[in-house]
Design a binder for this molecule. Structure first.
Ligand code: ATP
Ligand code: MG
Length: 293
């Protein structure tokens, strides 16, 4: 019996109840990741709900979220564990005429160990979701560190031995695909490609997250955002931006997304001047076309 989700439908429902609207593929993959105890690699553009999925799994299952945020230069000491050198030095100084062997045995123990997210997640006895966020931002070498955790759910500390998971965490890795991950990592994971949702789902997300947004305005907004995503922009608007846009319009008490409203609020959605120019021209063209029809 899995302790995560009972079925794809159960995953969909519980994710929904904790504020995450998953499509069938997402709910099914989340269920499988739990049932098969396999790490889940979620790939896709910025702001489509990759990180949020891990958080939602934690909320839906009452697990605690342990997060490893990846970045260039992330190393073992930040990802796995590190020895507390200062404390070790103090202990050595205080050792007096104790033999080196004895001191050595004393300073490589739990008391001197600083655990980092991967080791923390492996050692927790309670339900844990381990989020390895933006794994494509790290150097390839870090993937080597991940492999032991992903395939054997264990971490080897040379001075102490191997620490195996008492209870396997639900592992979610996210990637923006800025570089290809190694085949070794991919092979150990279930893969989910997340993309921008269809208009109906995005509208549902907006309506569920923005109290007071009128149905018609949400529909209009989602349609406009979809049109913006078709343009060649430096940075296409994500779901997060749709939600922010709806919040902005509600705050301004705007109930129709006309040219004036778009012009005044486009900065919430597009963060490059050239993108804004392009968008305004395209939307103006569209509205003129609509009027002619
Ligand atoms: N399926 C969904 N249901 C509810 N909210 C969603 C969903 N997908 C995305 N969101 C909303 O979009 C926001 C952005 O999502 P998230 O931070 O997970 O994006 P991301 O894919 O991790 O992006 P990045 O690559 O930039 O880190 C979330 O805070 C959430 O409000
Ligand atoms: Mg993210």
């Amino acid at each position: 019996m899995t302790t995560w989700f009972d079925s794809p439908a159960d995953a969909a429902k519980r994710l929904h109840d904790s504020g995450y609207l998953a499509d069938t593929a997402t709910a099914t993959t989340a269920y499988l990741a739990g049932a098969l105890e396999k790490p889940l690699l979620v790939e896709g553009p910025a702001g489509v709900g990759k990180t949020e999925l891990a958080k939602a799994v934690a909320r839906a299952t009452g697990a605690e979220l342990v997060r490893l945020q990846c970045y260039e230069g992330l190393d073992e000491a930040r990802a796995l564990y590190e020895w507390n050198y200062k404390k070790q030095l103090l202990r050595i100084q205080a050792a007096g005429d104790q033999s080196w062997e004895q001191t050595h045995d004393d300073i490589f123990t739990e008391e001197f160990l600083l655990t980092r997210p991967l080791l923390t997640a492996i050692r927790r006895e309670e339900q844990t979701v381990l989020l390895v966020d933006e794994v494509d931002k790290t150097d390839v070498e870090v993937e080597g560190l991940l492999l032991e955790v992903l395939s054997d759910f264990q971490v080897t500390i040379p001075e102490m031995g191997t620490v195996s998971a008492v209870r396997r965490p639900f592992v979610v890795l996210t990637s923006n695909a800025t570089r290809e991950l190694s085949e070794a990592v991919k092979r150990r994971c279930l893969f989910l490609h997340l993309d921008y949702p269809d208009a109906a789902r995005e509208k549902e997300i907006v309506v569920s997250q923005v109290p007071g947004v009128a149905d018609r305005l949400a529909a209009e907004l989602v349609e406009t955002v979809a049109r913006l995503r078709e343009l060649e922009l430096k940075k296409a608007p994500s779901i997060a931006e749709s939600v922010d846009w709806a919040r902005t319009l509600v705050a301004l008490e705007v109930d129709d997304l006309d040219e004036e409203a778009v012009g005044a609020t486009l900065g919430v959605v597009l963060k490059h001047a050239s993108d804004q120019d392009k968008a305004l021209a395209a939307l103006r063209g569209h509205q003129a076309g609509a009027r002619r029809r």
